[in-house]
Design a protein around this ligand. Structure first.
Ligand SMILES: Cc1c2[nH]c(c1CCC(=O)O)Cc1[nH]c(c(CCC(=O)O)c1C)Cc1[nH]c(c(CCC(=O)O)c1C)Cc1[nH]c(c(C)c1CCC(=O)O)C2
Length: 382
């Protein structure tokens, strides 16, 4: 990972003017919860909140390919604002983009296929293929559209809620780069970890370098909180998580914090979403933000907040962990479950950001999302 002094992003010299051009923030609940405050109610947002369950999303998507939406700042910004315009109860926005823009920036072709999801026509088959990746990634050149989208979106938000920037975690990105798409068994990518452990570590650190710069660039462009999505972390053994997934995650957070600090930027909190990581030994490694650089841990729906608090203590904030399928439970079912889960969280103590335990799914009725948000506002009150 390069040292902070080497930050050559354009935003490194322009961020003060960029930030000064934004309207003041009116709703800081998310930032207070991310700073560890037990807020008067839980801030709430939903992973994949801009997406296919919204008719206004489908209307734009009909005329533009998925990556065209990501790469066109006006479209990405419009899609980011759609859920914010529709749901005044959301406490955060997340920039419309995808974790797979990092492998694209490294030189890989990624297609988004209608029923299949992401496909890499030329995945990394053996470590020799690593040499096909760009040696040096010019993040401004390859991903500058995301920085532009963020700056544009901060203006469009008009201070209503904070804007979250994000990237994929190196292990999750490596899994896609080696599998060539989604997988049930992860036999190719996990196969690499057994067969080529040293080459895997080098690949993960190379991916981490791009992720670190991408996150810094997003903050310099106006992102107020960052999230790293390790969607496939739960596929690893605890030993693999510690050996392969964690070191590049730590490199990213350390790079982001030290680079922003060297630039005189006040810094932003980072959330890690290590989906499926339930082992106490792995969770313990993530319990101290001063050691990891991650202020908040995202939880999926398969754990209980009070049990997790027992393991990680109260220094780290938690985010999650509603079952995404609760949104198919009908109004009464949603209300009962939100009330139950909010009580567990209040009993757990510490900073809590309400969210689903994974992305919202495409068949959710938009009014059920609205009802879910209303229930969280009501039942998370302290
Ligand atoms: C693994 C992953 C991806 N992308 C992402 C992850 C991590 C979170 C997770 O685990 O779900 C993250 C992501 N993807 C998208 C966002 C935008 C911001 C948001 O609203 O949260 C974010 C934060 C848009 C998207 N990314 C994608 C869509 C739908 C594509 C379409 O419109 O055709 C959206 C709105 C496509 C995508 N992108 C990816 C897959 C596997 C797919 C296909 C399956 C699916 O649709 O969920 C990779």
């Amino acid at each position: 990972m390069s040292t902070p002094q080497e930050c050559t992003l354009k935003g490194a010299s322009t961020w003060r003017d960029t930030l000064a051009s934004f309207p003041p923030l009116k709703n800081d609940l998310l930032l207070r919860a991310a700073a560890g405050e037990e807020t008067e109610r839980a801030p709430v947002w939903v992973m994949r909140q801009a997406g296919r369950y919204l008719p206004e999303f489908l209307a734009i998507r009909k005329d533009h390919s998925f990556f065209e939406c990501c790469q066109t700042p006006a479209l990405a910004s419009a899609l980011t604002l759609q859920p914010i315009d529709r749901y005044p109860r959301l406490d955060a926005s997340i920039i419309f983009c995808d974790i797979l823009v990092v492998p694209q920036a490294m030189g890989m072709t990624v297609l988004m296929q209608p029923e299949k999801g992401p496909v890499f026509p030329e995945p990394l088959v053996t470590p020799d293929d690593i040499s096909k990746l760009r040696e040096h990634v010019d993040v401004d050149k390859e991903l500058g559209y995301l920085f532009e989208a963020i700056t544009l979106t901060r203006k469009g938000l008009d201070g209503r809620v904070p804007l979250i920037g994000f990237c994929g975690a190196p292990w999750t990105l490596m899994a896609y780069m080696v599998e060539g798409g989604g997988s049930k068994t992860f036999e190719k990518s996990k196969g690499w970890l057994y067969r080529y452990p040293e080459e895997s570590k080098r690949l993960l650190e190379r991916v981490a370098r791009v992720c670190g710069e991408l996150l810094v660039g997003q903050v310099l462009a106006g992102a107020q909180l960052l999230q790293v999505f390790d969607s496939w972390a739960g596929e690893l053994t605890p030993h693999q998580f510690q050996t392969f997934a964690l070191p590049p995650l730590l490199s990213i957070a350390s790079y982001v914090h030290s680079t922003l600090s060297a630039l005189g930027h006040p810094g932003v909190p980072i959330t890690l979403f290590p989906k499926g990581v339930h082992s106490p030994s792995s969770l313990s490694l993530l319990s101290d933000p001063s050691a990891t650089g991650y202020a908040t841990l995202g939880l999926d729906w398969q754990v209980d907040p009070q049990e997790i608090r027992q393991i990680v203590g109260k220094t780290v904030n938690l985010q999650g962990n509603f079952d995404p399928v609760v949104l198919y439970g009908g109004k009464e079912g949603i209300e009962k479950e939100v009330e139950r889960v909010c009580e567990r969280w209040k009993g757990a103590g510490g900073g809590w950001i309400a969210n689903l335990g994974h992305g919202i799914t495409p068949n959710v009725k938009p009014e059920m999302m609205g009802w879910f948000l209303e229930c969280v506002h009501k039942y998370s009150k302290r």
